[in-house]
Design a protein around this ligand. Sequence first.
Ligand code: HEM
Ligand code: CA
Length: 789
Amino acid sequence: AAFTARQNRFDDVPNLQTPAPVASSTKTTKKAETVTSGLLKKCQPCNDGVKCVPQIQCPAHVRMESHDKPQICDLPAGKFGFCCQTGQNHTAPRQEEISSKERRSGIPTILPLSVLDEARRNFEHLMHGIAQIPVRRGFPDFAHGLVFHSTAKDDLHNFAISNSAIEQVMTTQLFGKKEQVPVEDFITNNVPVKFTETPLAQHCQPPPLCRNIRSVYRSLDGTCNNPLPQRSLWGAAGQPMERLLPPAYEDGIWTPRARSADGTPLLGPRKISRTLLSDVDRPHPIYNLLVMQFGQVVAHDISQTSSVRLEDGNLVQCCSPEGKVALSPQESHFACMPIHVEQDDDFYAAFGVRCLNFVRLSLVPSPDCQLGYGKQMSKVTHFLDASPVYGSSDEASRSLRAFRGGRLRMMNDFGRDLLPLTNDKNACPSEEAGKSCFHSGDGRTNQIISLITLQILLAREHNRVADALSQLNPSASDEWLFQEARRIVIAEMQHITYNEFLPIIIGPQQMKRFRLVPLHQGYAHDYNVNVNPSITNEFSGAAYRMGHSSVDGKFHIRQEHGRIDEVVNIPDVMFNPSRMRKREFYDDMLRTLYSQPMQQVDSSISQGLSRFLFRGDNPFGLDLAAINIQRGRDQGLRSYNDYLELMGAPKLQAFEQFSSEIGQKLSRVYRTPDDIDLWVGGLLEKAVEGGVVGMTFAEIIADQFARFKQGDRYYYEYDNGVNPGAFNPQQLQQIRKATLARLICDNSDRLTLQAVPLAAFIRADHPDNQMIGCDDPSLPAVNLAAWRT
Ligand code: HEM
Ligand SMILES: [Ca+2]
């Protein structure tokens, strides 16, 4: 049956130390191709009589079971169902089915007024009745809060939306408690009770109508991508993230996983971070830091969550001053989930720190007005559409445009185009350093100077393309030039991502199995109106955070001819972009990125991130590794083992299956293999063949990029049967020549950078790579003559 086939997909996964499971056997690969739809799914619908149906339609005796749990699968619109074997005798219910029916009939299907009232009072109390302690400027937690910042107006809007969602969640929790609704019903979205006709229904409106569904250009906020009216918000900015598996919330609604599978309390993430994820210098033998840096640009393109805020819009503080202790429950904000630091901590003990601030992510109201678990939002367009360059709303994009020649506004810094300076006082944590902070389409641009470098590069590319288009079409309007240049830059980004970047991360096998390889010729035909392009919680909360392990704690800035000029510690260039004003720095940074190896993706995290994150002028900073683990729990990610199962791989039975050394460390921080956090387990796996991440992350990442391809009508390889803004065949052939190497050459200052590695992500010193002069005609270029109208 379908299941057996899937289970066999990774028959050789159990020993996680063995290399590249699927790669070795063509037989396995072939089998895999017949059962995958290109997305991660727990059961394949309509295959051998197995169907994904809502829980209520699937009596217990026909459920697909694995161990003792029913197999959960995806239904449309973010719901989960059960894998059900159809065509069998449904008339002989088992005992547990009867009791479940009886129980079900006892649950009211309308929301009692008393529940609404009581929840309202609880919510009011939590919002206003408790001490409102803000984070102070100048501390690492302040900078941390700023990575969730977009614009003041957006922050305010999201705040209102999130409050409404949190009130819904609190109402759901109260209802669940009063009516004793089983957790399973909540996590599979199967509680048929609605907020309709209650004051909480204000956000349950049908999606907005799209005025022009055949628009040649994708919208700035990502709306109206899916042509079906009820799906016009799929992938749009501010929409909820999806899930591969139902959330692991203790109450099925929003209470984070806090207990081990054996019932004892889980250990805190700082302890896990310092035990398992220490800092070891392991330069990657093949890839350079551009992989890391381009990876972060992609991360920011496709996801930005946001944290809950205080009533006045300030950031929430959960620890006492200087992190001496966590605030008492009476003083604590309801969104607090501070990270506990033990007294014997090998780093923080020296500063007397016992508490790291951590605030939960804000939520969006249930799209279908139904009681259910909390859903985290992403503030940027989920699609890969260069939103860090153009913003994720019409308003943001207007603030970036010059409205002349289709160009983006830039600051001319003695002949060099840099991003414009920002006047947003929340773009950087300290007002002093803030004076030289930059404005772009993404609120996180100033987070690290190497990120600013690529943000400048992409904005310059837009203007370079707009200028060339204007030369070719002298009478073209600003609007046409802007939109065409944007369409081209997005296509270049997509092509570089699928053609050069992604294969490095997930390896060639996953590229093929998930049908992610760009074509050499002709149009692709993978669009599927049923694929939801939204980011998944598993991707943003764990798998794609693999990038944090690729970060090197230092930049070795080299002079043009190799001598190291300056060693820069990364915490010194976080939210501190003043170096960018040094004439040669931009070129120097680009050369550093392509020359210096990235760090391997493994269990090592640089102390620049795990001790000194956003330290500013302070002696210590935050621990990003601990934050990632805590974030996974906040987002309701299930444990690592559940995702192994989702992929069809056997679960981990013993810690030592990794290695005896890792196993020993694991057993110091987890009680059973069923407790391992997804981000941690994924990092411990050996890389897949030809990729940098292990199989679990490779699959989750491949699934995500398959969603972006199959679920994006404007994907650059589609023809105008699907994509109203399709490229003509000549244009598409030109886009296929885009490379990161060319992008760097075309947009460098040519002060200290005259050449690039032909394969830009591969170390310049790698024997298979070669340096190529920026003026060498054999470096391919997109010929824009195909855009002469
Ligand atoms: C110097 C480099 C980097 C720094 C300082 C950094 C820092 C951060 C911080 C502070 C967060 C928010 C954590 C939280 O509260 O949950 C975050 C989120 C994230 N990071 Fe990084 N990061 C870096 C590089 C990267 C790279 C290279 C990648 C991927 C290739 C990446 C992927 C992500 C993702 C996917 C998220 C979640 C975004 C969201 O959905 O809100 N980061 N990072
Ligand atoms: Ca985007």
